[in-house]
Structure formats: structure tokens, C-alpha cells
Design a protein around this ligand. Structure first.
Ligand code: SF4
Ligand code: SF4
Length: 454
């Protein structure tokens, strides 16, 4: 299929009016996009790559290579363990040294394939030319199959296999695709750089996802603190007549939460415990759109991703294109080394990222950032008693009452926790950020959720 110009031009109207946002809660942390001006730099593979077999939601993949075997970059090394699972490919060429557990960022040991890097010999079937392939496949099933074969997962952090999201359950229809390019977490800039440097490829990826879903509309939601990315995508859409619409969003956290983004862009409310597809919407991250382009148009599996390496005391603020399996310590070294005043290292953003205790852990498909937080900011302040100010209630984007959930969790009142929708907590941390008594609200709520699940 060739892209339909007339429809596309209609959809590409750039709305200069009010910025859109979600209707309940939210906070305005400093965005600290320190690495925004740093172009993506490619980190050549060297040493070893450690590739976990369980990098996604669903069944772990099963290794299909053995110790001593030679592999090429892009070769399948582990097969999806079911429909809700994802293939895994060699991010480097070389020799398989071991198939054994390796330590992740939390120090937990997980099954992995360890490859010694030898040169960088890619599979011949992968198109590595810089040419942009604009013609889309005519058959939507081909798009979904290629995305599944390439092991694409949601790069917004959830790592949900993309081919599953593109196959709504019987009786559900996704008429709207929303590409999440909000990048609302402070410090993160890798999606921003993707839009500036691979904008057209990501937009073609969005068209592929739209076609796979048979969606009638597709929006790209971008926060207004990325005006250059908004202008760039808008320009490409108009020039090429792509049937996509950029929606400018107010800078507000957690604008990129699925339910918040749907509210902001199309004013539909996902019901409690519901999924976006329940209101006819599917959300995909802008990085996932780029990965879909590479999978379908270039036969390239998901073997590398863009990662922000940042922190207020870091010598260099950088965005890196790194192969999956790269040790985090290499990324830190590229940015000038771990600052002496580091109090906490986080994989991801400061609000929803995960603490790193093992800097030798490898990157995974969904590593988006490595953040170094100075000791003075990482230290938790001593908690005092709740002063019933309701700031946590005002900040909660899910309309929950965090102070109440904490009380119920502390008292082990599981039935009441359920009745007060503890499951709806998206663990965004807005309540924690707002609490003047420094009560570790999110820790208690997480504990409550776990206990309710038994
Ligand atoms: S972490 Fe949960 S309870 Fe706290 S603000 Fe976010 S959604 Fe609400
Ligand atoms: S923000 Fe903190 S102090 Fe205020 S009501 Fe909530 S838990 Fe209590």
C-alpha cells in the first residue's frame, strides 16, 4: 500500500490552541532534561554481551543456541515461550560463552546467554542501509508476524509483547492508536532524540501499527517541553502526507501513563481494572514505533535501544544507542564515570525507575535511562505523622486516597484495600512526591497490593 496523501493532510493539521492534559491529579516536578541537546551516539559492541531470557511480560524465552556456538548479530538465540512472550536475538556477533544465570540490576540471578564479542557480523537478511522504506505491506497479518518474529516489546517500560497488544481479544476493537511520546519523567531524553533523529522512521512505524490494528485514527502525544520534536514530526507528516496527528500536551507528570494519555488525547476514561482497548484505544511508545519500522521494513530485530545517561553531577550528559546486553558500567564510563557524590543509581526515571545495586548488570530491551542521583537528593527525609492535608489525594492521577490506602495496608485490612481500588494504583509516586510529612506512601501501597494478591 502507498500512503494516502489526501487523508493524511487532513489529519496533519497542527493545533495551535490550548495544550491538552489529563483531568485528575498530577504534579509538576522540574523536568531536568539535561541531556536533551546531546545527539544519540552509537556505542560499538566489545567485551561480552549478557542477554537475559526473561526481558518481557509473559513466559521467558527458551535458548536455541548452545555453548561454543558462533552467532551473528541479529540471529535468533531464544524462542518465545508462548503467545505472550518474545523472541530474543543476538545483539552482537561472536561465540556463546555460557547459558547460565547472571545478576540483574537488583543483584537477582536470571537465566542469560553470554556472548563474547568477535567483530560485528550481521545477518545478511537485515537491511542496514540508511534508505527509508516508505511503502507499507498490504497485509496487516504480515506486519504483526514480523513484529513478533523480531521480538518487539513495549519500550515505554512495560515490556509487553507488541504482537499481543496488536491482537485485541475477540469482541474488542481498537479504533484509535495513540503513540506515547510524552516522555514525562524528569531527566529522560532518549525518546526526544529518537523523534529528532529518527522521526520519519518512527512515524512510518506508527503507520504500520495503525494498519496492523485497522485503527481509523492515530495520534502522537508529545509534551510541550519538546517544541523542536513537535515541529519536526509535524513537518514530516505534512511533507509526506502521513495520516497521523500530533497532539501537544501540557508538561505534567504522569502524562505518559496509559490512562492519563487516553484522557488527555481523546477524553475517554478507562474503567477501574480495565484496559485501554476497553475504550477502543491502544497505546504504543514512540520507541516501539521505531522498533516496528525496523522490524517490518528492515528485517531488524530488537537488539539495541536508545538510553539517556544523566545526573546533576555527571561529567557528561549523553544519549546512547547501545546493544542489548551492554554492562551499565560501560554507559557510566562513557558519561565520565560514577560521580563521587552519588547516593543512588536508578535504571529509568526518578519517579518510576528501579534502584540499581549492580552496575555490572546488562541493559535489557527496555532500558531507557541510567540516572545518578546525588546523595543530598537521594537521602530520604525522616517521616512524621500524617497532618491530613490531603495533598496526596489531590496529586493522585487515579483518584485514589493514598493516606487511607496506607492506613489500611498498615492494619492488614485487605478487603477494604480492595474496596478502595488499591489495584488501580499505577505506582507513579505523585503521592510520595507531594507528602509534606515524607511518609513512604508508595512503599506501604505496594506492600498492600502484594498482600491483597496473596
Ligand atoms: S502511587 Fe498510586 S496512590 Fe500514589 S499517586 Fe500514584 S496512583 Fe495514586
Ligand atoms: S500528603 Fe501526607 S500528610 Fe498529607 S494527607 Fe497525605 S499522607 Fe497525610
Amino acid at each position: 500500500m502507498i500512503i494516502n496523501n489526501s487523508h493524511a493532510n487532513r489529519c496533519a493539521v497542527f493545533r495551535k490552541g490550548r495544550l491538552r492534559t489529563f483531568t485528575v491529579g498530577g504534579i509538576h516536578p522540574d523536568d531536568n532534561k539535561l541531556a536533551a541537546g546531546s545527539p544519540l551516539q552509537t556505542l560499538p559492541p566489545e567485551g561480552t554481551a549478557t542477554v537475559f531470557l526473561d526481558q518481557h511480560i509473559g513466559a521467558p524465552a527458551a535458548a536455541v543456541v548452545s555453548k561454543g556456538e558462533r552467532v551473528k548479530t541479529g540471529q535468533l538465540i531464544a524462542k518465545a515461550g508462548g503467545f505472550v512472550s518474545a523472541n530474543i536475538h543476538a545483539p552482537v556477533s561472536g561465540t556463546v560463552l555460557a547459558i547460565e544465570p547472571a545478576a540483574d540490576i537488583a543483584g537477582r540471578r536470571q537465566p542469560a546467554v553470554v556472548i563474547r564479542v568477535e567483530g560485528d557480523e550481521w545477518l545478511e537478511t537485515i537491511d542496514r542501509s540508511p534508505d527509508i522504506v516508505r511503502e507499507l505491506p498490504t497485509d496487516s497479518t504480515v506486519i504483526i508476524r514480523k513484529i513478533a518474529d523480531a521480538g518487539i516489546v513495549g519500550l515505554g517500560g512495560a515490556a509487553f509483547p507488541t504482537h499481543v497488544k496488536l491482537s485485541p481479544p475477540a469482541g474488542k476493537k481498537a479504533e484509535i492508536l495513540i503513540i506515547n511520546a510524552a516522555e514525562c519523567e524528569p531527566f529522560l531524553t532518549s525518546d526526544h532524540r529518537v523523534m529528532l533523529e529518527f522521526g520519519e522512521q518512527a512515524l512510518i512505524g506508527a503507520l504500520l501499527l495503525k494498519k496492523a490494528l485497522h485503527a481509523s485514527k492515530a495520534f502522537i502525544g508529545i509534551e510541550s517541553n519538546k517544541p523542536d520534536a513537535i515541529r519536526r514530526l509535524q513537518h514530516i507528516i505534512q511533507e509526506n502526507g502521513y495520516g497521523l496527528q500530533v497532539v501537544r500536551l501540557k508538561k505534567r507528570y504522569p502524562q505518559g501513563g496509559e490512562k492519563q494519555l487516553i484522557d488527555a488525547v481523546v477524553r475517554r476514561q478507562v474503567p477501574s481494572m480495565g484496559l485501554p482497548v476497553d475504550v477502543g484505544v491502544v497505546i504504543q511508545n514512540i520507541g516501539t514505533a521505531l522498533a516496528a519500522y525496523e522490524a517490518v521494513q528492515k528485517n531488524k530485530p530488537l537488539i539495541e535501544n536508545s538510553i539517556t545517561v544523566t545526573g546533576k553531577s555527571l561529567p557528561r550528559q549523553i544519549n546512547v544507542l547501545a546493544r542489548v546486553g551492554t554492562p551499565l558500567s560501560k554507559l557510566a564510563a562513557l558519561a565520565g564515570g560514577v560521580p563521587g557524590d552519588t547516593g543512588k543509581i536508578v535504571c529509568g526515571g526518578p519517579m518510576m525507575g528501579k534502584a540499581v545495586v549492580n552496575l555490572e548488570a546488562p541493559t535489557t530491551k527496555v532500558t531507557s535511562a541510567l540516572l545518578f542521583i546525588p546523595f543530598r537528593e537521594a537521602r530520604r527525609k525522616e517521616a512524621s505523622n500524617c497532618i491530613r492535608c490531603a495533598k496526596c489525594v489531590k496529586a493522585c492521577p487515579m483518584g485514589l486516597e493514598p493516606y487511607l490506602l496506607v492506613k489500611l495496608a498498615q492494619r492488614g485490612m485487605h478487603g477494604e484495600l480492595k474496596a478502595n481500588r488499591v489495584y488501580d494504583c499505577i505506582e507513579c509516586g505523585c503521592c510520595l512526591y507531594s507528602c509534606p510529612a515524607y511518609i513512604p506512601l508508595l512503599d506501604y501501597i505496594r506492600m498492600g497490593k502484594l498482600r491483597v494478591r496473596g
